[in-house]
Write a protein that binds this ligand. Sequence first.
Ligand SMILES: Nc1nc2c(ncn2[C@@H]2O[C@H](COP(=O)(O)OP(=O)(O)OP(=O)(O)O)[C@@H](O)[C@H]2O)c(=O)[nH]1
Ligand SMILES: [Mg+2]
Length: 574
Amino acid sequence: MACRSPRSPRVMLPFLYPLLFAPNDAFRSSIAAAARGTRRSSTDASRSTDSNEPSPRSRLNPAPDDYSMSNFADKAKLTLHAGPGGHGCISFMREAFMDDGPANGGDGGHGGNIYIQAVHGETSLHKLARRKVVRAGRGKSGMGSSRSGQRGEDVVIAVPVGTVVRELSRDDPEAENRFLTKRKRRVSRDVQPVEEGPDGEPIEDPDRAKWMLYPGMSSSDMKRLELPPLPHRERLLHQPKAPIQLDLSRPTPRPVLLAVGGLGGLGNPHFVTKGTPKPMFATRGERAMSMEIELELKLLADVGLVGLPNAGKSTLLRSISNSRTRVGDWAFTTLQPNIGTVVLDNNRGRPLLTSYRRVSAADSPTPEDPFNAYPRPQEPEFERRTRFTIADIPGLIEGAHLDKGLGIAFLRHVERAGVLAFVLDLSAGNAVAALKALWNEVGLYAQMREEEERERKRQAAVDWSAAAGTDADDTTFWPSHLTGDYDAPVVDAGGLHIAGKPWFVVATKGDLPNTQDNFRELRDYLAAISRGEEKHPSGVEGAWTRDCAAIPVSAINGQGVDRVVHWAVGLLDG
Ligand SMILES: Nc1nc2c(ncn2[C@@H]2O[C@H](COP(=O)(O)OP(=O)(O)OP(=O)(O)O)[C@@H](O)[C@H]2O)c(=O)[nH]1
Ligand SMILES: [Mg+2]
């Protein structure tokens, strides 16, 4: 068959087989080296022994544009609007030979609820941060012929595992109304009810606004109309008490309720009595509650990498996981946290390491779970660990805890890691000094977080339960510090929640010349800490100093990195 291409097939050959047409041998050999996976110390031409040769690119020494980056946000503020209930209907049966039939107005549908659920697969809050407002569906109003309105659609907000939810404020008009009605009833029991205002005008009953009157009624009929007491209705789901504080540190098996939709109004058949066979009224649907919440994502990695900028954290992550994080020979290459997964299997079906992790909810780091989002097994369970995750964050600089550089905003991602790995560049000055500087920043950050947490707990001690929902009474409506029984919780200061974690040092760039002495000094310093001769570098009393190790690696060559995996797993298993 004739070739369809108008061009000669020879024209395409250089594109299809570039090696055959390579201009010189250097190009050919560099391709071959890359294909063999040969890794070479690179990066800095001045450091390189053969500075004229361009550094061969590999997975561990990629070009600065060879990386994958996705949108990422670790904070979001959302305004939630639960769905208002649909109104009840005022209607009467009309049929042939029955022009004045019984009441047959349908009930309004309930408003939609808003839930939150932590799921695997979500990795960022950027979509929610952009969305800002979440609305559940409004309940449809009831219709004639006893047709009830449709229920408003529920909304489930899917968030990544590791999201912390905090309620900032809420506005629940119905709860306020219930509280006021309750108080009014209590007052009217003791004092004669006042029927007229100062100008002689009758005071409008606040409950009156909850009724829908037949539109064809004359105004005099409306004035004369005696409305029955509002029916007391229990919601099927109770609005969670304020303030909502959730730590979704594991996937939630079912969605957790945040804001409950308003009840639908009742149709006029509900109010048929002997005295009122044709009620010309029905109730309105409840107004919806709205709430402002703050979401904060604390990525949940097993190991957190902490280091100065350009120390080689991302290269290390690439060397032990399949991460495609960006690597470059300048500070702040990494601008957002990356999570890499280390698979403990050499892909031959045989595990490289045997490791077990505890999966008991009761023993997990006590997530605040007032809504019983997690079923809690009593007995601790162990599960074979087949993988663990590592978080790589932007480098920390001195003063990071004062928000210098980028690191502080991301330290929260390593805050909850089980193990901290300090990555130190052996070729960049004294490693001991660098370790002390890093621990100093981390320690100060930890203290700052604890202070913040204390402040939050102090705020949470204020009981705004009347705004929370249905069971308001006089003593709980006012914040408890105003009623005099406020007692600030006492929390230990000192940053132990981070300094108490197991940690080790990865001394990287060991392939560069003149790094041995630096490593030796670092190793001796860590040994002295383990023996108790030196203080923990953070200076925090009672910090973890059991077995402080330094592992020399050359991440760019993939040398020594297996030990990092073994050591991390050893610490994770405890
Ligand atoms: N010679 C040598 N160079 C390395 C090694 N590890 C990393 N590098 C180089 O050091 C430079 C910085 O590496 P990165 O992994 O981007 O460092 P980082 O700590 O993630 O930097 P930031 O994201 O900016 O904090 C890159 O040019 C790497 O190629 C190593 O083991 N040996
Ligand atoms: Mg990096």
